[in-house]
Design a protein around this ligand. Sequence first.
Ligand SMILES: [Zn+2]
Length: 269
Amino acid sequence: MITQVDVYRSLHRKVWSVRDRATELIEYRDTLVMRGVEFVVQPDGHKRALREGKKNVHAFARGEIMRTVPRVERGRGWLRVWYDLKRGCFWATTNGQTVMSLNEVSWVVFDDEGGAWVRIQDLEDGKDFQQAAVYTAETAAGSLRDELRFDTVDECQIWLTLITVEPWFVSVWGPNIHVRVEQGPGQTHALGWREDPSTCCMKVPKHLHMPSILLHELAHGLEPLDEHGPMFARTLLFLFEQVLGPAKRDRLTEEFENHKVVVGPPPGR
Ligand SMILES: [Zn+2]
């Protein structure tokens, strides 16, 4: 019989709490392996934890427990998972640098030192999992049909620089974020990235010198580790609201919903 469980770390007992979803009974394990795992964050519990500054069980791994535990070689091929309380999401760290948000994986190994491990393979499969959905939603919402067009890179640069000094922007990302726009000669697509802790860069070919594209690339600079994931999506919506107004934000929200784009909680302060 398949047992569906929710697994989380018991901070008091320093073991894994395994809650049977059918019986609600909890058992404790030093180690275990799960299959077909979804990382769950309950928004109400998350909000309460932030508000009260006290931990509660609102984030866990949900899946099928393996009764026989296969031997798993840790290290190469596996990445450690951690929970980001502030943002309310799970991450896996690769080579100490790249971080990806986690949603569903095929296996999780929980070790006796409080570590949870996922296979790199799973993350690569899920990497930039909603890029196509984001593009389709943006097109449907009218991106690429902006009335405002900028003639030169300098005009794009000025428009974006004025955004980064707005009080709402500074209250979220601080006063030290700068934007650098480069011409993208011979490019068909725009590109956005974070050059260093304070510089958001983008390369934008001339036919894409328009607000919705510049905001998309700015969102990449502000969420450099998430590709087109939930953190990117929520930041793009936030930029739309602040810069282009609630109507454009609502239009994009609607298309995100239509195309099942996962959107994270609003950017933190
Ligand atoms: Zn993009």
